[in-house]
Design a protein. Structure first.
Length: 166
């Protein structure tokens, strides 16, 4: 496990271009109409720790290397009636399999709880998130890509989310 720090991207504005490029390269197939400039503007708008959207940044212990990123958004491409969403979790290949994505996902759940939300939702990476307490409650196709829609309680017992309350 890599020693990292999770910070708010709003405190590291010089990293926005890098994060926006990563998001475009990794997730652009889901929203091909969104330009790099729009991604940069969206990340720059995540500048208030007390409301969504929130962008998180994982930094190496010395703070010199970006090792991952994640967003907590009010809405996403499916199930617009549910909020908030863990989105755009990305870890560069050279830093994967070291617990960075897990740490980002759990930090995002903590942020959602801090803001008063009982659940956090995500549409991706079923094997990873199921190990961290998310439960799949729907499956959809988005632009031909299958997605597992998952939820995780942010408060109370983690375990599998009780999805009857949704």
């Amino acid at each position: 496990m890599m020693n990292i720090r999770i910070e708010h991207l709003t405190d590291y504005k010089s990293c926005i271009q890098t994060i926006a490029t990563w998001q475009r390269d990794e997730f652009g197939y889901l929203t091909p109409e969104v330009t790099l400039e729009q991604r940069i503007a969206r990340l720059a708008n995540a500048n208030d720790r007390e409301r969504l959207p929130i962008s998180l940044l994982a930094l190496s212990e010395d703070g010199n290397t970006i090792v991952g990123t994640a967003n907590v958004l009010a809405t996403t491409l499916t199930h617009k009636h549910l909020s908030p969403w863990l989105s755009s979790v990305f870890v560069p290949p050279e830093h994967r399999r070291q617990g960075v994505a897990s740490a980002l996902a759990l930090a995002a759940a903590s942020e959602a709880e801090r803001l008063g939300f009982s659940y956090l939702f995500t549409p991706h990476s079923e094997p990873l998130y199921s190990r961290l307490g998310w439960a799949t409650f729907d499956r959809v196709l988005l632009h031909g890509t299958p997605l597992a829609i998952m939820a995780r309680r942010t408060i109370g017992p983690v375990g599998n989310a009780s999805l009857n309350d949704l």
